[in-house]
Design a protein around this ligand. Structure first.
Ligand code: PMP
Length: 398
């Protein structure tokens, strides 16, 4: 039995808790942990990129040089040298970010939760891309917003769709301009400028979630919304995709008036992000390690992406389309109208291949003929085999 179906005789659950459901997909995907399954489902970074030796050496150094501080409670805002490092990294010619705007979080997933706590009331409108990150929907849903989907195309969110009618009363727009999870799309420069202009002229708050920005294969990043409209953007970042997700280290850069509320919310949640982890990560990155680490991850993911694009082109029948990501970990496949990728997943699992159906990534009306493929953890020969199996199952259903 699913945990959420258990009778709760002794505990009077809150309305909020009663509305929580566990994801149907999570249950299905549990079987993908079997080693024989070729899984394009997980959102996991490639473990071969984790700099374990560096982290071990940094841990030794931190515990040798600052054991008391590393193991003691510390400030909610985070470790000052790490906040300074992040502020410097986010600063551009046009926008100087102050360390006082940086809050270190326990993963950027916590950043989304804190933003929900600080900004969302029950039934208040929250704008999201169509589709959007499932984890953001889960985080925000605890605060019971009314989601409004903003139309998108292959170039990401369509700024002209942000009409005064659509944005009326909305608390925030949640956007991922870089290599979006789940679609892998990147917002064009023109659209970034239009969105930043909209944020400035309408004084409209935008949450820019940017876990994949460093992973653009050509190494030519487009400017962040933060750099274009710093007073209107809460920018979330993470070390999960460039070091290791198990560190659980992320951050929010926000204008001071919001930062201050986020700090209070975080204090109530977990006092602070582990002092030890913050110091270890700072020790690992402070002398430029990411300048070698990030290009190595980009090169690996670019070749993995190419392997998947080749396999799709080789095997998929006519009528199936997909995008060509320029960075990140995911691509988005659209099957002919009328096909249901939830049903396809059941058949796929029976043939030891897995993906994530698109529907759960939509806040409201879903396109159920879509699916997300992650290309970073499966070796190229297995990518080909997995896509061949998926293609055969798709062809059978045409
Ligand atoms: N935002 C997006 C868009 C993500 O894809 C993820 C990870 N799947 C997160 C936030 C959370 O990442 P973390 O908590 O590891 O920083």
């Amino acid at each position: 039995m699913d945990q959420s179906d258990l009778p709760h005789r002794n505990w009077q659950l809150s309305e909020r808790a009663r509305k929580l459901t566990s994801s149907a997909i999570r249950e299905i995907l549990k079987v993908t942990e079997r080693p024989e399954v070729i899984s394009f489902a997980g959102g996991l970074p490639a473990p071969s990129t984790f700099p374990a030796e560096r982290i071990r050496a940094a841990t030794d150094r931190v515990l040798r040089e600052a054991p008391a501080a590393a193991l003691q409670y510390s400030a909610t805002e985070g470790y000052a040298p790490l906040r300074e490092w992040i502020a410097a990294r986010c600063s551009t010619a046009g926008a100087t970010i102050r360390p006082s705007q940086v809050l270190i979080t326990t993963g950027s997933q916590q950043a989304l939760d804190l933003i929900g706590k600080a900004l969302i009331d029950p039934a208040s409108p929250v704008l999201v891309e169509t589709p959007t990150y499932l984890g953001a929907l889960q985080a925000f849903s605890l605060y019971e917003p009314r989601y409004v989907q903003v139309p998108t195309d292959d170039d990401g969110l369509i700024p002209e769709a942000l009409t005064s009618e659509l944005v009326k009363g909305a608390r925030l727009l949640y956007a991922q301009p870089n290599f979006q999870n789940p679609t892998g799309r990147r917002l064009t420069l023109e659209r970034r400028l239009a969105l930043a202009q909209f944020a400035k002229t309408s004084a409209f708050p935008v949450v820019e979630d940017d876990p994949y920005g460093a992973l653009d294969y050509a190494g030519k990043p487009l400017p962040t919304l933060l750099s274009m409209a710093p007073d209107h953007i809460a920018h979330c970042g993470t070390f999960s995709k460039i070091l290791a997700p198990g560190l659980r280290l992320g951050y929010i850069v926000a204008p001071e008036e919001l930062h201050y509320k986020l700090v209070q919310a975080k204090q109530a949640t977990d006092l602070h992000t582990p002092s030890l982890t913050q110091r270890i990560v700072h020790e690992v990155i402070k002398d430029g390690f990411l300048d070698e680490q990030v290009p190595a991850i980009r090169a690996l993911y670019a070749s993995q992406c190419e392997a998947m694009l080749d396999a799709l082109a080789r095997h998929m029948p006519q009528g199936v389309s997909w995008n060509r990501p320029e960075g990140g970990m995911f691509l988005w496949v659209t099957l002919p109208a009328g096909m249901d990728t939830m049903q396809l997943l059941e058949a796929a699992i029976a043939h030891d291949v897995a993906f994530v159906p698109g529907a759960p990534f939509f806040a409201n009306e879903a396109a159920s003929n879509t699916l997300r493929l992650s290309f970073v953890t499966v070796p190229p020969a297995r990518i080909d085999e997995g896509i061949a199996r998926l293609a055969a199952l798709t062809r059978e259903r045409l």
